[in-house]
Design a protein around this ligand. Structure first.
Ligand code: SAM
Ligand code: SF4
Length: 486
């Protein structure tokens, strides 16, 4: 099965993870109608495409990796930076000639860009037939059927409860080893630079028992690793009576039970010691000691935390409305080191050149990186997004050339730190989970250690999904190299 990944504007020293473009694979069961989906942006979008594929499958559509044979093409979009939206518009223009030769084909824009632009998208992009926001995917079959009758449609209703808990995702592009499980939707934080609260709505947590069932089902099917996904997983909070975070906070006294993220993590870890558990993303204001101790308690909870800092300067963090400062962040990192040790992987997201950021404040980001010693980071320059708090309140006053220079300095620093961190692994024995052959050579296998680092080993007789003990012998800034320990 094909797995196409293209970076949009992410700069990361290891395999792109936070901002990819992926297509569907073949899920051909012989039915007549064919669906082709491309997912842009974060892992959550990719996970949403699996939900969309499941809804469409129920309605007679099999997925295909060949857009030319598709009856329906969906682009599941991202709005996080301007460049992400431009990429989608360019992609739409590439479908123009196909649509001309096959006018009966339906083209849909899903996800954050759909939610942000609504009807405007139909006006601006003539080849688009349906525009559907992240909470309206159950309506896709209706909208597609109307589009087939010549009626274009938009549904960007944002729900306060929808979690798609009952939908069993169709796994797309799966390596058969690792899968994503969406545990919550939306975000109640109002980071001033971010469009997500406007495109994905209020925070809701999914029924934990449906999450555990999904993890069990994956394990039975041979999967060995699940990643629990949410914009802010540490904020997960569910009760049988209420799954909406804001409403639950108001009536916590009245509900029969509350399950938080540490409880959920433990429930999933108990599915099997052979099932690795990862999660993303952690917000520095919400990650608790309880979560860290739960990670320590279970060997199968991977020792890796994605803890985006965004900036190392407290004034900038306040303007970003991140609700923590430099000291708070560094205290959380110290706690991670104290409870989980030096080997726990930590990664970050960083934004260079946010409104009014001075050279000294930019230096604070660099010094914070020196202190934390991130294993890797996703690094961006600030891109003003219409409708966000920052766009309303602050001037986007750092010239592009300066934003890019600061970003280059952050990347250079990260590459040096990544190499240093990887060098610390050389000589160590680690357990890796085999994901398949290496992209570069059939003679090598690719696995991942607990800290989420890719480890390349010579191709022995191992299968995907095997746990293998290796000794790390060498490294680059992006990859570890090892040999099997007999
Ligand atoms: N919920 C996650 C958190 O709070 O860390 C982040 C989710 S967001 C989809 C991924 C990353 O995109 C953010 O951490 C931030 O670094 C980056 N990002 C978001 N808005 C941005 C903007 N307007 N310009 C540049 N980068 C942005
Ligand atoms: Fe955006 Fe902040 Fe929510 Fe992350 S926590 S999705 S950066 S608003």
């Amino acid at each position: 099965m094909e797995n196409i990944i293209k970076d949009i504007d992410i700069i990361a020293p290891v395999e792109a993870q936070a901002c990819d473009f992926k297509t569907t694979g073949d899920e051909n069961t012989g039915k007549s109608k064919k669906l082709y989906i491309e997912s842009y942006g974060c892992q959550m979008n990719f996970s949403d495409s699996e939900i969309v594929a499941s809804i469409m499958k129920e309605n007679g559509y099999d997925t295909t990796s060949d857009f030319e044979e598709a009856d329906v093409i969906f682009l599941n979009t991202c709005s996080i930076r301007e460049k992400a939206e431009l990429t989608v518009r360019k992609r739409l223009s590439q479908f123009n000639s196909l649509k001309k030769s096959k006018p009966e084909m339906t083209i849909g824009v899903l996800g954050c860009m759909a939610e942000r632009l609504k009807e405007k998208l139909l006006e601006e992009e003539k080849i688009v037939d349906v525009v559907v926001g992240p909470d309206a995917y159950r309506d896709l079959p209706n909208l597609i059927s109307s589009a087939e009758d010549g009626h274009k449609g938009v549904n960007t209703f944002l729900s306060r409860e929808e979690t798609y808990a009952d939908i069993s995702p169709v796994r797309l592009n799966s390596n058969g080893v690792s899968a994503f499980i969406s545990i919550m939707r939306g975000c109640d934080n109002m980071c001033s630079f971010c469009v997500v609260p406007f495109t994905r709505g209020r925070e809701r947590s999914r029924d934990p028992y449906s999450i555990v069932e999904e993890a069990k089902d994956l394990f039975v099917k041979g999967y060995k690793e699940v990643t629990l996904l949410g914009q802010n997983v540490d904020s997960y909070k569910w009760s049988p009576e209420e799954n909406n975070k804001a409403r639950l906070n108001k009536k916590e006294e009245e509900v029969s039970a509350v399950i938080n993220f540490a409880h959920l993590l433990e429930m999933v870890a108990k599915v099997s010691p052979q099932l690795r558990v990862r999660f993303s993303t952690s917000h520095p204001k919400d990650i608790t000691d309880e979560v860290l101790f739960t990670m320590k308690k279970y060997d199968n909870i991977c020792k890796y935390i994605h803890l985006p800092v965004q900036s190392g300067n407290s004034r900038v963090l306040e303007m970003m409305n991140r609700t923590y400062d430099r000291e708070w962040y560094l205290e959380r990192v110290s706690k991670i080191r104290e409870i989980l040790g030096l080997e726990c992987g930590i990664s970050s997201d960083m934004i260079a050149g946010f409104c009014t950021e001075t050279e000294e404040e930019h230096q604070d980001t660099l010094t914070l990186m020196d202190i934390v010693q991130y294993d890797f980071s996703y690094m961006f320059f600030y891109s003003e997004r219409p409708g966000t708090l920052a766009a309303k309140k602050y001037k986007d006053d750092i010239p592009l050339i300066i934003k890019k220079r600061r970003l280059a300095e952050i990347i250079e620093k990260q590459n040096a730190i990544s190499l240093k961190r990887n060098n610390l692994d050389v000589g160590k024995i680690q357990e890796i989970l085999i994901e398949g052959t290496s992209k570069r050579s059939e003679e090598q296998l690719k696995g991942r250690n607990s800290a989420n680092k890719v480890v390349i080993i010579p191709n022995h007789q191992f299968d995907k999904g095997d746990y293998v003990k290796v000794k790390i012998t060498d490294c680059s800034a992006a990859t570890l190299f090892g040999e099997v320990v007999s």
